[in-house]
Design a protein around this ligand. Structure first.
Ligand code: ADP
Ligand code: MG
Length: 261
């Protein structure tokens, strides 16, 4: 019994800060890893946009909570999910086997764009010379992460050959950026396991639905572990998406910014 729009999600909209949530006025007081702060500075990101301010601290609060983020195109939604992703994964490769994060996007072009954004941050990540969140990075002894330590990204989009995709899966990527049809294909054809996935993002969710990916998305959801944190970002929130969010997300926090934000 859907009453349309966001009525059903509104009930879950949280007032005030969740337990464990830190202040969100600037990147510096979000409790981010110093290497992540350095990468933000190096790339010229000085202050978070409204959607970033509203989502990053709550995505990092514990226990992890699902989130629906609605804000117009160009409002900075990519970093709103990428910064918490990198912080949660520790910004480096895990030698334990299994994909840890999945970002689903509607098109190949967008996948490449998200990959560029993610890789831009990993450059700022260094070998840790006993440096912890809150420390001054430049006073710690740090060196560039070696090849084996750097976070591994996998692109799963049309146009890549199955051989290339097989090789990519074999390299044990930490994060996969995918279009839904291709990802489902890999899950089925190559037995790609999603059992270790901790963090899932549906980016441009309204477009994912407009392009007819809803069946593939439901199939992918069914293969994800229940313990995951799930995020859905969209510029609009039609009924079909509200239904999907109710099925795939657990008591999500709704962050909804008006047109001028
Ligand atoms: P959306 O996904 O909401 O359409 P994007 O994540 O693609 O928006 O970001 C739009 C533009 O804003 C990009 O060029 C990005 O580099 C820039 N941007 C994002 N966050 C910030 C920030 N905190 N400060 C300055 N520019 C930013
Ligand atoms: Mg976007």
């Amino acid at each position: 019994n859907v009453k349309g729009g966001t009525a059903l999600l509104k009930k879950t909209k949280s007032k005030g800060k969740a337990k464990g949530e830190v202040g969100g006025g600037s990147f510096q007081n979000m409790g981010l890893h110093p290497f992540l702060l350095r990468a933000l500075t190096v790339q010229g990101y000085r202050t978070p946009t409204p959607i970033q301010r509203a989502t990053i601290p709550s995505l990092l609060a514990s226990p992890p909570r699902d989130l629906v983020g609605m804000a117009r195109t160009g409002s900075g939604k990519t970093l709103a999910y990428m910064i918490p992703l990198l912080q949660r994964l520790g910004g480096r490769h895990s030698h334990a086997f299994g994909v840890r994060a999945i970002i689903l996007v509607p098109a190949r072009e967008l996948a490449l764009q998200v990959l560029r954004v993610g890789k831009g941050f990993v450059k700022g990540w260094r070998n840790d010379g006993g440096c912890h969140a809150g420390d001054d990075v430049d006073s710690a002894i740090t060196t560039q992460l070696g090849r084996d330590e750097a976070l591994r990204w996998g692109l799963v989009v049309g146009g890549e050959s199955m051989d290339e995709q097989f090789e990519m899966i074999s390299s044990n990527p930490d994060v996969i950026i995918a279009t839904p049809g291709r990802l489902l294909h890999l899950i089925v054809e190559m037995n790609l396991s999603l059992a270790k996935v901790e963090y899932v993002v549906f980016d441009e969710a309204d477009r994912l639905f407009e392009l007819g990916f809803s069946t593939a998305l439901t199939e992918i959801l069914a293969r994800l572990p229940a313990s995951r944190q799930t995020l859905l970002f969209s510029a609009t929130l039609p009924k079909s998406l509200v239904e999907f969010a109710k099925a795939g997300l657990r008591n999500p926090k709704l962050v909804r910014l008006d047109a001028e934000s």
